[in-house]
Design a protein around this ligand. Structure first.
Ligand code: EPZ
Length: 420
């Protein structure tokens, strides 16, 4: 098992290329199950989660190969419509195979995802959506058993705006008989890319980019290629790395539009931003100002940047409040940040962060992907040595993060070690 060893205190300087978006790739890959043939997903990030999805698709008969960030998927040999617990337990996004399998093959057996590091993350909206499209669904022995000769168009209005449920139901509806309407659909950039990819495969979808999607089902789809959008959360994380270390960092290949809420808060904290097409440069202030944020659905401040923001605010000149309206108890990183000397108090779904002059190095434990990013950010400025354990969490969503940080001048090493 690997850990990161950091020595803090070096301002970061330089330019970082941003990888393709994990949360787009994890939706685009199952979409390929909707047609037979060869797909090319360009700008695919080399991540553990992408490998997990590849191995899941391979169990169904898909041939998958990633070379030079081009993922080639051949779905002409799909012969199995099952997502076993062994795969799904590693990654909740595996649930995305439910809609495409049901729509294309009329049946699917998909393991329920089980627990998550933080809070209940139910999939009731996915299941209700499939039922509304006419699927017979039974939950048995930890599995979703779904059947439908052919799905039928329906009106689905989500109580909660859900990225996953919007993507799954949209992928099911594109092959249904008749027209479906999804109301209160998610409009995250990853969902817009998924809709555009389905359109490139021959799907008929109106309202892309809005929270009301109208989908006219078709009888068949064909393969397509796609250029995966840049990862807005990776870009946001590196900009915060520049801000917290007092440096100047450029993220190349990022889409500023997808990061508008994060950029606005960074400016409020005193950072100077230069935004050009495909490039964002951040110059840190001498002292960060405390800035409250409320994590919400897109285009609001992303919950996947909440932990990184708490790390940043832990050394701001004053007190800030960081609230999460998507996940009420996504604060597992807080006790670990406090081991580094941060002063944070969590009350329900908000963290009160009292800025301290500096952090001091210690051994800390990653609990999930974004929590581990916040610990690395804190380790970049903590005096002395910081060890971040269980970095397999970070490899799920950041491609070679230590190499990218080293290129900016960070003192970070990946070390394999035995955990007792
Ligand atoms: C996606 O998860 C992302 N994952 C998450 O990123 C991200 O945190 C989340 O959207 C919110 O932006 C991927 O895209 C693979 P949701 P998802 O359905 O689809 C509730 C990361 O760090 N809900 O939009 O699972 C749910 O509990 C990951 O990269 C239901 O109640 O999120 C939550 O409170 C972590 N019932 C809210 O909706 C359902 O059936 C939003 O969840 C589904 C969701």
């Amino acid at each position: 098992m690997d850990k990161f060893v950091l020595h803090g205190g070096k301002p970061l300087h330089g330019t970082i290329p941003i990888s393709g978006a994990k949360n787009s790739t994890l939706a685009l890959m199952p979409a390929a199950l909707l047609a037979s043939g060869v797909f090319r997903l360009r700008n695919t990030p080399a991540l553990r989660d992408v490998n997990t999805m590849s191995s899941l698709l391979k169990t169904m008969g898909v041939r998958a190969r990633l070379a030079d960030h081009v993922l080639t998927l051949d779905t002409s040999g799909v012969d199995r419509q099952e997502a076993p617990y062994e795969h799904v337990k590693k990654m909740r996004a595996s649930i995305y195979v439910l809609g495409p399998l049901l729509a294309r093959h009329g049946r699917a057996k998909v393991s329920l995802p089980g627990g998550c590091a933080w809070g209940p993350r139910p999939v009731n909206l996915h299941i209700e959506g499939m039922r509304k499209l006419g699927a017979a669904i039974e939950l048995k022995r930890g599995y979703i058993h779904a059947k439908a000769d052919r799905l039928k168009g329906a009106r689905i209005s989500f109580d909660v705006s859900s990225v996953g449920a919007t993507g799954n139901v949209m992928m099911a509806a594109v092959l249904a008989r008749g027209t479906s309407v999804i109301e209160n659909a998610a409009i995250e950039p990853e969902i817009t890319q998924l809709a555009q990819f389905l359109q490139a495969m021959g799907a008929r979808i109106d309202g892309v980019g809005t929270n009301r999607l109208e989908i006219e089902g078709v009888d068949g789809l064909h393969p397509a290629d796609v250029d995966t959008i840049p990862d807005r959360i990776e870009a946001g994380t590196f900009l915060v790395a520049g801000a917290i270390t007092g440096g100047t960092v450029t993220v190349a290949g990022a889409n500023p539009e997808h990061l508008a809420a994060v950029l606005a808060r960074l400016e409020d904290a005193g950072c100077t931003l230069t935004v050009e097409p495909g490039r964002i440069t951040l110059a840190a202030p001498a002292k960060l100002k405390p800035v409250d944020v409320t994590a919400s659905i897109y285009p609001g401040f992303p919950t996947d940047m909440q932990a990184q923001w708490i790390a940043l605010m832990s050394v701001a000149a004053g007190t800030s409040v960081v609230t999460d309206t998507i996940y009420f108890d996504r604060f597992k990183h807080v006790p670990e940040l406090m081991r580094l000397g941060a002063d944070v108090e969590v009350k329900e779904n908000a963290a009160v962060v009292r800025g301290v002059p500096n952090l001091t190095g210690a051994t800390v434990m990653s609990t999930d992907l974004r929590a581990s990013a916040s610990l690395i950010l804190a380790g970049l400025i903590a005096e002395g040595e910081t060890e971040v354990l269980r970095v397999y969490h970070i490899d799920r969503g950041y491609e070679a993060i230590e190499r990218k940080l080293q290129a900016l001048g960070a003192d970070i090493q990946r070390v394999s070690h035995q955990e007792f």
